[in-house]
Design a protein around this ligand. Structure first.
Ligand code: AMP
Length: 216
């Protein structure tokens, strides 16, 4: 299964990708996570990406295409993958198409998670994740079962993203509307786009995605 999860910041792509990755036993590939790791490690890519990410702007296409190209060559992608946050421009989508065509592969589905602007802000402003395993939580919608302890790995250290502040969130929305929404007609014309209502709770959205992918 080769999937793209598509939608604005805060729509729930990462949360749904966690479930889908487990379901199909395929990796969840988030360019945002990969870039944050590069920033934390102070690599050359990280140094190039840091200021752009903090400003809510996009990292250059050739940087993210290079990262994804390398990642898709790894063994764990043979049965498929879930892309989260990539592609984000038409140039990236064309590059992905070329990468897959070279391998004799194609995408199965692009799932678009639709959420209102107000809910996006609420979701982004309350989110945090486990510092050790990266599992995602939310102040209002999804607290760990035991306060201060990660449900998945038992760690007790959590982190909040630096770009989850009001000014940067606004800029990330502008960037999404200007540079990423042109991908909707792009994938619609290829008959790959499947819209999902992302407004209900996590389980309901998961159920809708299961229906689209024919998971019983
Ligand atoms: P995300 O975690 O997907 O919200 O991404 C966080 C930030 O990383 C974005 O605001 C961009 O600055 C950068 N980023 C992630 N994915 C891409 C991409 N495909 N193209 C360009 N920039 C990206």
């Amino acid at each position: 299964m080769r999937l793209v999860l598509f939608g604005p910041p805060g729509c729930g792509k990462g949360t749904q990708a966690q479930f889908l990755g487990g379901e199909f036993n395929i990796p969840h590939l988030s360019t945002g996570d990969m870039l944050r790791e590069a920033v934390a490690m102070g690599t050359e890519i990280g140094l190039r990406a840091k200021d752009l990410m903090e400003a809510g702007a996009l990292v250059p296409d050739e940087v993210v295409v290079g990262i994804i190209s390398e990642r898709l060559d790894r063994d764990d992608c043979v049965n498929g993958f879930i892309l989260d946050g990539f592609p984000r421009t038409v140039a990236q989508a064309d590059a992905l198409d070329n990468l897959l065509t070279d391998k004799g592969l194609k995408l199965d589905r692009v799932i678009e998670i639709q959420v209102s602007d107000e809910l996006l802000i609420q979701r982004i402003s309350g989110r945090f994740s486990c510092l050790d395993c990266g599992f995602g939580y939310h102040d209002r919608f999804k607290q760990p079962e035991r306060e201060g302890v990660c449900d998945i790995c038992g760690a007790n250290r959590f982190t909040r993203r630096k770009d989850d502040n009001e000014a940067t969130i606004r800029e990330r929305f502008n960037t999404y509307n200007a540079q990423t929404t042109p991908l909707l007609p792009y994938y619609r014309s290829k008959d790959l786009l499947a819209p999902v209502d992302g407004m209900p709770g996590i389980e309901e959205v998961t159920a809708e995605i299961r229906g689209i992918l024919n998971i019983s």
